[in-house]
Design a protein around this ligand. Structure first.
Ligand SMILES: N[C@@H](CCC(=O)N[C@@H](CS)C(=O)NCC(=O)O)C(=O)O
Length: 210
């Protein structure tokens, strides 16, 4: 049985939870965050970031440390054919879409990492006004949202007719920005339309942080 480490508020953990739900892969959960980690997590992860996926005993590599690597692994494991509208499939392995998919993921990761960084430093009492590096992080977040807005112009999925991992990553970013009150998302209308189009999908609705 797979075991997923990471708390519900984490957007990276949410991406993996959505993939697991869509692919109907059974798993166990450890919902400690990085602030109060389980000893098992601390012993296994030098990165000390969530998510971490633990594979079954006997696996050649027992712990996987990054959401993107975890997602690739999950898509590669046997699973029932995903249902839903649009069907859940990965664009990562589609030669015609892989580069666009990777670019959307890179931009989403950059926004997510920068905004998480600012959020965690604010929790430590350090405000963006105190450093140009932090201001750049916020600007990077906005610039990435602008780029994504253009990438999703007129579309509710990156790849026609299917929900891909890149879409899941963007939806998780938007949910986290709202949950952590990072910024007003009103200017990014295409991204809000993408989010609204999939909001009722069970894997998305059940993982939305509140
Ligand atoms: N590239 C990693 C990023 C994971 C990440 O940054 N997770 C955050 C929670 S949202 C974390 O654990 N941060 C703790 C820290 O940086 O100390 C992934 O995709 O899994």
């Amino acid at each position: 049985m797979l075991k997923l480490f990471g708390h519900d508020a984490s957007p990276y953990v949410r991406r993996v939870r959505i993939v697991l739900a869509e692919l109907q892969i059974p798993f166990e959960r450890d919902t400690h965050g990085w602030q109060d980690p389980a000893p098992e997590f601390t012993a296994a992860s030098p990165i000390r970031r969530v998510p971490m996926l633990e594979l079954a005993a006997g696996a050649q590599v027992r712990h996987i440390f990054d959401s993107r690597v975890i997602a690739s692994l999950l898509y590669g494991t046997p699973h029932p054919r995903p249902a839903g509208e649009p069907p859940f499939q990965d664009a990562m392995f589609d030669p015609g879409l892989a580069l666009l998919d990777e670019n959307v993921l890179s931009v989403t990761d950059a926004a997510q990492d920068s905004l998480v960084n600012v959020f965690l430093l604010e929790n430590d009492g350090i405000r963006p006004e105190q450093g140009t590096y932090l201001q750049r992080q916020v600007e990077r977040g906005r610039g990435c949202l602008d780029w994504l807005e253009r990438a999703y112009r007129g579309k509710h999925t990156l790849a026609p007719g299917r929900l891909a991992y890149a879409d899941v990553a963007v939806i998780s970013l938007l949910g986290w920005i709202r949950f952590r009150k990072r910024m007003d998302l009103t200017p990014w209308t295409q991204l809000l339309a993408l989010e609204a189009a999939h909001a009722a999908r069970p894997s998305i609705a059940s993982t939305n942080p509140r």
